[in-house]
Design a protein around this ligand. Structure first.
Ligand code: GLC
Length: 537
């Protein structure tokens, strides 16, 4: 049964689709909207509740759609507006919500707003972007660095000023100190909300406002070779500025004009800073993305601390969330290994808060090796050789064992890995113990057990490779025991309230086994134990 009502985004499981790589319906090697429609039955069977689509808007594709040239159109590569409307209708008919990517921090340099803005110093849209005089020596106005390498300032010879770009020079930053920019983006939001989309994931939301006085960023004392060059400086004056919360509150107002919509923010910050993005009186993002698991050292004690630290800073009324993968970070199966990928799945789907899955993680797709001549990612092209490349986590979905994995009938835009003939949806569906069937069982169980969505998180002291916690609501509770190591562990603890019945093992084979005061876990095994409320202390 699907979750309905105002707070569907609390109960629901989110699934990110990178549209270029999900399903190609017209055999040009790039995924598209019709492809997503064709695969809705798969998503329904998987059991997810909401799809977040990475950008599908007209774009020169310098950053694969995160450089938008028209906020209210559809790039022909992905289809047209009729296709999009068909997707909204089909998703809703299938009981799925649809979330769009909103990229308000910057546009493409081909966006008509920027073309106007750069045309002259007195153009009405000049102040829609961040223009500045050169410094005394004619160089950039200050030391701010682009995330993708080099100075964040690009000189425009025609008007003899620099413009700021936090990412590529082809992605000029909008000026969020200008109220007209707020209005323009709010109109964009209303356009899509009016078409029935269920909310937005807002790109780099913590970057929107930069220091009004353009002060230099200080050096990062922890910088070392091998980190992206932008990390030489601390982004003290270029991100996470106090005024950003006003901009977010404005977006939230727009979202609230429509019933039951959700505002999600992309934010890479430590937990105590992240917490502020729920906003004053919780009028900020409903879900400031929590990326703590993306860079977590994969051991029980580190994870226990991460969960604790996050839970500890959540403001009253704030709803948590967890993310295991996205289109910018290495695949979870490669970060933690195939055995632990199952533990990661059980963790994601039993923690308190909305889980977001990244397409392909449910079939254990790993980071695909990309030959130098196949690199597409501009970040890797600008900053080669230190492993920042994002192509390896953006490869085509592996549907079946046919030539192009059922993704397309012509050469895909990124290569498939050698093992796709084995590691694909068709094969894994047929294998009762596959990671795909584990994901389905986890999502299904989460839907069935209210304590997994609504219950509080209760840590239980454990040692070594064991991560132990309970999810408890008024009259029911579940105990989750995860073995983060590859050696067996035995737990015998009255304190843990260890009695009940195994509802699910990550190996999909111990269901129904009774547990009375002791539990043996195999290496890399996790279990969910259903315990009656009375039995837990
Ligand atoms: C976000 C996106 C990333 C993009 C960047 C610039 O971090 O997730 O893919 O490159 O913003 O838009």
């Amino acid at each position: 049964m699907k979750q309905v009502g105002e707070f569907w985004w609390r109960q629901g499981v989110f699934y990110q689709i990178y549209p270029r790589s999900f399903q190609d319906s017209n055999d040009d090697g790039v995924g598209d909207i019709r492809g997503v429609i064709d695969r809705l039955p798969y998503l329904q069977a998987l059991g997810i509740d909401a799809i977040w689509l990475s950008p599908i808007f007209p774009s020169p594709m310098a950053d694969f759609g995160y450089d938008i040239a028209d906020y209210t159109g559809i790039d022909p590569l992905f289809g047209n507006m009729a296709d999009f409307e068909a997707l909204v209708a089909a998703a809703h008919e299938s009981g799925l919500k649809l979330i769009l990517d909103l990229v308000p921090n910057h546009t493409s340099d081909q966006h008509p707003w920027f073309i106007e803005s750069r045309s002259s110093r007195d153009n009405p849209k000049r102040n829609w972007y961040i223009w500045h005089e050169p410094s005394a020596d004619g160089g950039p106005p200050n030391n701010w660095l682009s995330e993708f390498g080099g100075s964040a300032w690009e000189y425009d010879a025609a008007t003899r000023q620099y413009y700021y770009h936090a990412f590529l020079a082809k992605q000029p930053d909008l000026n969020w100190r200008n109220p007209e920019v707020h209005q323009a983006i709010h109109d964009v939001m209303r356009f899509w909300l009016g078409k029935g989309v269920d909310g937005f994931r807002v790109d780099v939301i913590w970057h929107l406002i930069k220091d009004a006085n353009f002060r230099d960023n200080p050096p990062n004392p922890d910088f070392r070779e091998g980190l992206p060059p932008s990390e030489k400086l601390l982004p003290l004056h270029t991100a996470d500025q106090a005024e950003v919360h006003d901009a977010i509150a404005g977006m939230r107002h727009v979202v609230d004009e429509f019933p039951s919509r959700v505002l999600i923010g992309e934010i890479y910050l430590p937990p105590e800073r992240l917490a502020s993005y729920y906003g004053r009186d919780l009028g900020g993002a409903h879900l400031p993305f929590n990326f703590a698991l993306l860079s977590a050292p994969w051991n029980a004690r580190a994870l226990e601390k991460i969960i604790h630290d996050y839970e500890a800073v959540l403001p009253t009324g704030a709803w948590p969330n967890w993310v295991l993968g996205n289109h910018d970070r290495p695949r979870v199966a490669s970060r933690v290994g195939m055995e632990q990928a199952r533990i990661a799945a059980m963790l994601l789907l039993t923690l308190r808060g909305t889980p977001t899955l990244y397409y392909g993680d449910e079939i254990g797709m790993h980071q695909v090796a990309i030959a130098p001549d196949q690199v597409r990612d501009p970040f890797e092209k600008n900053v080669p050789g230190i492993g920042v490349g994002r192509d390896g986590c953006r490869t085509p979905m592996q549907w079946d064992a046919t030539r192009y994995a059922g993704f397309s009938r012509s050469t895909p835009w990124l290569p498939l890995p050698d093992d796709f003939r084995r590691e694909n949806v068709v094969n894994l569906e047929a294998d009762a113990r596959s990671i795909l069937n584990l994901y389905k069982a986890l999502i299904n169980l989460r839907r069935k057990l209210p304590q997994l969505t609504d219950g509080v998180y209760v840590p239980i002291a454990a040692q070594g490779d064991l991560l132990l916690y309970r999810r408890q609501s008024n009259d029911s509770s579940a105990l989750i025991a995860l073995n983060l190591g590859d050696e067996p562990v035995s737990i015998a603890s009255e304190a843990a309230g260890l009695s009940g019945e195994i509802l699910l093992s990550t190996f999909l084979d111990r269901q129904g086994e009774k547990v009375r005061g002791a539990l043996d876990l195999r290496g890399n095994e996790g279990v969910i134990i259903g315990t009656a409320g009375a039995q837990v202390g």
